[in-house]
Design a protein around this ligand. Sequence first.
Ligand SMILES: [Zn+2]
Length: 274
Amino acid sequence: MPTTRNNVKVFALMGIFIISAILMSGCTDEIDNKDVNDTLPEDLPGEIEHTEDVPEHHWGYEGEGGPENWAELGYPECSGYEQSPVDIPAGTLLHNADITFNYNPSELTIVNNGHSIKVEYDEGSSIEVENNTFQLLQLHFHSLSENTIMGEHSDMEMHLVHQSNESEYAVIGVMIESGPENNAYAPVWEHIPVEMGDVQTIRGTNVNAVDMLPENLTYYRFDGSFTTPPCTEGVKWFLMSTPVELSTEQIHAFKEIYSNNFRPVQPLNAREFY
Ligand SMILES: [Zn+2]
């Protein structure tokens, strides 16, 4: 019957259409994921909603993708008035060590994402400060340090990125300088992926962020932004005044992979220290 034949044709066409749609959506997903990952700021959690206006340009730390071009590359907030990092001027008052750290060990989940080495932290670790609770999402490293103290860089800087239930961000910065070998960092350092790649969980290896903090927990408190595109502002910064020490070998091992993943300091403008 003609109708049946037509139906068969229609079904066949629909089949082809559905298969193409699945194939195409598969491809788009791949492209979307790649673009989203490439533009995911170091300081944001591992997941970000897919958006249609993900910029195509690749940012980095030198050349055309360098920090001075981030705003033009599609991240306008990078030219904002409360950007990070900053220089802590001489005479800045230290804040009391009043952060409560409720950090627990986490299984080591680590990635070299092309901009830094990032450790994604298991749920259940948080800080309490300024009458709010912020969950620890991830920590990652920069070399040289991004913030500077009286114009001086440290060898490296660790950023511990937290988020509150109201989606406010709090970043604790820890300066890293050379000294004796630091065993608290060993689990991370033993598994640093030299090449950019996928997130991997190292079963049976734990990391404990509380051991990675300096002994003295006084800090400089200021407002700023993520230091990577899209440079989102409204981030509460807690920069530890005392560095932690890693051996020159440990620092060198990181610099072999990333020796220039720091954004230059940004103007303080009207900002004050708390
Ligand atoms: Zn950072």
